[in-house]
Ligand binder design. Structure first.
Ligand code: 4AD
Length: 590
């Protein structure tokens, strides 16, 4: 007697596609495909598959949905459909199995190769000339061997040139082509193409090479063959190397952790690794060049020169309004991180003459914009016995000199134009535009204020409107004579129009405001009235006010945000790319 067919049950409502279910009436599956996978058909009618779902059952009188269900053999059309799906499933399984087998075979082959590679030992040939240790900023042509001819056979080297060198660095990139490894080493001073051949490519280290591995290479420096390109047109024919520190590979490889189009938060978390990239390190090199250029400009490119001073960062007074103060507890007293060193610079004028400083400034900015940082490098200068016009002329001269000096170094010029091919050196004099004319301009160009209304005299020109205007005009603008009410307490009023101040913002295309400056209130009574107007207690400012008591003078100055200047020059989208480890709303790491 034939054994009765096995019965497998599928309930589309409450069944479970889970190996914990067994396909019985009490523990049905959810889909017919899963039932096929768990209990494949062995005969056309074995097993028998039964299905049910609410809609297929008879309507019960009392409306109980459970009562609507009854088990029915799987329909012909459902069986046809599931048979095709089941065949696809089997094919997919077979393919996965083949792939897994192939991968396993490849892994075994690689393991064998790695074990063999362990036997390959390399050593420095004692007969070779002693190598000289160099860094990649050493570009003396005499260390490079020249090729005599263009064909490989014809290769020889010129008498008296070329030497064996040793260089430490990290693997910037590499590729293996036939039996040759081409790797580019980076040492912070430059890049060097290295060529590894023979046993050098067969060691365990060579087979497991990873980007960022630190190593020392020994070899002869050669001119690159005609028609080929390499940094500084030279390449090292390596005869020996030692690995100093292997860099993580696979899932932990730097290329996995840092991807050019990666999500911005992850790039910021991995800023220490991002900084190893060519773009970020180029920006940092231009930053250093700008700092050098500022110092050189202040000290020796302008008359009279400005002396560098270093004011404190921990203060008990505000400069640019209470809203952006970072407060902390200083031995039980309220203190702040400085917003600007301006007030301290003013106190230096009588004995030191014109002064400047390069110091961090801190702003508890609530807005998360691409041009606001919580900590930035502030370049500030203060000039004594000047007029407002003197201040503007000085400012455009300093900015132009700084750009000129930075670009005078061919390495920096290349970095700037690689980063920002459209960079244009601004022409002096910069365009001057009074605030009141800017309001008219914005109205004429239908650029509304933050409330969506036409701009009115007295409005604080918002960032978006300011940027639109700067981008349309597309050249540096000195925006001057802002109304008293929207500027800081210390700014001097324009004697010709007491509604406005002798103030200036320098606006740059693409970035907006990069400099803020003004003439300072030099009259004692007027300053006291300004404290009152702004609700500032004059007591903690006694040292600042005293400047007006002991030989006051017409003076003025400005502050320039280094990161904004850099973003403009290097064509960066945000100031966050223009400092080592950016601090902004809610980010104080790494
Ligand atoms: O216009 P600000 O606030 O002016 C002052 O602090 C003056 N006391 C400076 C002075 O006269 N000595 O700031 C000056 C410049 C801005 O033009 C901008 O470039 C930069 O500092 N800056 C910022 N940069 C990055 N992030 C921020 N949150 C910044 N706030 C100002």
């Amino acid at each position: 007697m034939a054994t009765p067919s096995k019965k497998v049950y599928v309930d589309e409502d409450v069944g479970k596609d889970d190996p914990a279910a067994d396909g019985s009436e009490a523990s049905p599956y959810k889909t017919l495909l899963f039932a096929y996978i768990q209990h494949p058909p062995t005969q056309p009618t074995d097993p028998q598959y039964f299905t049910r779902k609410s809609e297929t059952g008879p309507v019960s009188e009392d409306g109980d949905p459970e009562a609507r269900k009854e088990w029915k053999p799987a329909t012909k059309s459902a069986t046809k459909k599931v048979t095709s799906l089941y065949e696809q499933h089997k094919k997919k399984l077979a393919k996965t199995d083949t792939l897994a087998l192939r991968e396993k075979a490849e892994q075994e082959k690689r393991q064998l190769a790695l074990q063999e590679a362990l036997k390959v030992k390399i050593s420095e040939d004692p007969k070779l000339p002693k190598a000289t240790k160099i860094r990649l900023n050493e570009k003396d042509p005499a260390i490079v061997k020249l090729r005599k001819g263009t064909s490989e056979k014809d290769v020889g080297y010129s008498e008296g040139r070329g030497s064996r060198v040793r260089i430490t660095g990290r693997v910037h990139r590499f590729r293996t082509q036939k039996d040759v490894i081409f790797l580019v080493l980076q040492d912070g001073y430059g890049f060097l193409q290295c060529i590894l051949t023979g046993d050098l490519t067969k060691t365990h280290d060579a087979l497991t090479l990873t980007q960022e591995t630190s190593m020392e290479v020994w070899g002869e420096m050669w001119e690159v063959p005609p028609g080929q390109h390499a940094p500084d047109d030279r390449e090292l024919h390596v005869d020996y190397y030692e690995i100093i520190g292997k860099a993580a590979g696979d899932k932990d490889a730097i290329t996995t952790r840092v991807q050019a189009d990666g999500d911005p938060q992850s790039l910021l978390d991995n800023r220490h690794l991002v900084l190893r990239g060519e773009i970020s390190s180029s920006v940092m090199k231009v930053r250093a060049a700008l700092l050098r250029a500022f110092r050189q400009t202040y000290e020796s490119e302008i008359t009279p020169p400005c002396l560098e001073v270093t004011p404190p960062c921990m203060v008990q007074t505000q400069v640019e309004g209470g809203a952006t103060l970072f407060e902390f507890n200083y031995y039980g007293q309220k203190a702040y991180l400085t917003q600007s060193s301006q007030l301290y610079l003013e106190t230096c004028l009588p004995s030191l003459g014109n002064v400047f400083c390069v110091a961090p400034s801190f702003r508890a900015e609530k807005s998360l914009t691409r041009r606001h940082l919580s900590e930035y490098t502030h370049i500030e200068a203060e000039l004594d016995f000047i007029t407002f016009d003197d201040l503007l002329v000085h400012l455009e001269l300093v900015m132009s000199k700084v750009i000129e000096l930075a670009l005078a170094d061919p390495k920096i010029k290349k970095l700037v134009y690689d980063l920002n091919p459209d960079f244009q050196v601004p022409e002096r004099p910069f365009m001057r535009m009074r605030y009141s004319d800017a309001i008219t301009w914005l109205r004429e160009h239908d650029i509304p204020n933050e409330e969506g209304k036409p701009h009115e005299f007295g409005d604080d020109i918002a960032e978006a409107a300011e940027r639109k205007m700067t981008d349309i005009i597309n050249r540096p603008i000195f925006l001057t004579h802002f109304p008293v009410a929207i500027k800081a307490f210390y700014m001097k009023k324009d004697p010709q129009d007491l509604r406005v101040t002798e103030s200036v913002d320098c606006l740059m295309p693409g970035v907006g405001e990069i400099v803020g400056g003004s003439m300072r209130m030099d009259d004692y009574e007027e300053l006291m009235a300004a404290y009152g107007r702004e609700g500032i207690d004059p007591k903690p400012y006694y040292w600042y006010t005293d400047q007006r008591k002991y030989g006051t003078s017409p003076h003025g100055g400005y502050g320039l945000g280094l990161e904004r200047f850099l973003a403009w020059m290097c064509g960066r989208w945000t100031v966050r790319e223009c400092c080592l480890y950016p601090r902004f709303t809610n980010r104080c790491t790494p």
